[in-house]
Design a protein around this ligand. Sequence first.
Ligand SMILES: Cc1cc2nc3c(=O)[nH]c(=O)nc-3n(C[C@H](O)[C@H](O)[C@H](O)COP(=O)(O)OP(=O)(O)OC[C@H]3O[C@@H](n4cnc5c(N)ncnc54)[C@H](O)[C@@H]3O)c2cc1C
Length: 398
Amino acid sequence: MAAEVLSAAGMRVDVFDAMPSVARKFLQAGRGGLNLTHSEAPDRFLSRYGARRREIGAWLEEFGPPQLRAWAQGLGVETFVGSSGRVFPQQMKAAPLLRAWLHRLRAAGVVFHVRHRWVGWDADGMLRFTTPAGELRVGADGTVLALGGGSWARLGSDGAWLKLLTARGVSVQPLRPANCGFNVGWSEHLRQRFAGEPVKTISAAFVAPDGSLIKHEGEFLITAQGVEGSLIYAFSAALRDAIEATGSATLHLDLAPGRKLQRLTDDLSHPRGRDSLSNHLRRRAGIDGVKAALLHECVAADDLATPARLAASIKSLPLRLVSPRPLDEAISSAGGVDFAALDKNLMLQALPGIFCAGEMLDWEAPTGGYLLTACFASGRAAARGVLRWLKAATPATP
Ligand SMILES: Cc1cc2nc3c(=O)[nH]c(=O)nc-3n(C[C@H](O)[C@H](O)[C@H](O)COP(=O)(O)OP(=O)(O)OC[C@H]3O[C@@H](n4cnc5c(N)ncnc54)[C@H](O)[C@@H]3O)c2cc1C
């Protein structure tokens, strides 16, 4: 995005990437349908960026969801709004969009250099790259770093830049998993029988240590180590912070969101005769399979045997999460370059002429298209920052 804005302004632009091809994470996002952005109202959209809504709001004023959709259309990719309000390309793929985009950038004169790993600056301020042909030094009037966060390192963004920037006096927050799964510590039985099973159409609630209540509906996946998936990601920032603060976090699952507690209690209070608990649960409460297994896993036997307590457990099953899954498995990272280290043009105060964009900045957002939208918008904002900075540095002609 930065390359697009700069080349449109007549700048010569070179893009360097450490990987053998560019935009690997973007292509990976395409495997999930490429959720480009979201169609919800601007206020709600902005609220997704939490503490950073003010800074990101400024980027989105220039390039928010409508502009992003128009931009994709300009590349021949129509978008549609899914039932959840999320916006996807019609083809639910990243490759056609990326192909058209790279073609247009190259036609505008942007030069791509792959297998060029940026490793810092030399004593004269030249950018240093390691390449298959040896080390390369490059001078630039302005530099935009868009090095990504620290998840899925095999796609290119490995967070190695943190050390390079901190060594130059740039304040950086450690990278932490965002939109991540969590470890639970399942019994052998649950792990063996149910790892890989989705838990569908439930609702979940979490009371954060500060007393605030978060609720979402959706589905998640049982994994060998714990839980992951869209419903879990929606809570993941709050869960991660609570685990850091208190050592664990308990999510309460409502396994039967369509039924009232009283109705469930009445249904489960029917004498079960010679019926097994499994049959009783299935017949009276519609609970079986993985949901029944979760009840057995998380609820004491005494409570399972008492209809009122069983019903209460179905409506509010305590699932104790002990730690987030590692950063490399997360969809995105929290942490990165401190906003206080940047000026309003996204230029590093400690390194004039060096700008930053994308996930490497210290913000986070849930899944829903908010990540790509802010990355795109910040790339454009950084490029406009470069143009303003270059203009201010160029003496006016008499
Ligand atoms: C599985 C998955 C699915 C996702 N799906 C979605 C989705 O549907 N919607 C959404 O909004 N977001 C999604 N995301 C998140 C989104 O893809 C990222 O937030 C976004 O790609 C970040 O963009 P970026 O340009 O900041 O960093 P990246 O896309 O990570 O790009 C950084 C680039 O910098 C290069 N690089 C790093 N270090 C160096 C170096 N030293 N020298 C040279 N090059 C270097 C890397 O090779 C890489 O190409 C998904 C993420 C994952 C992992």
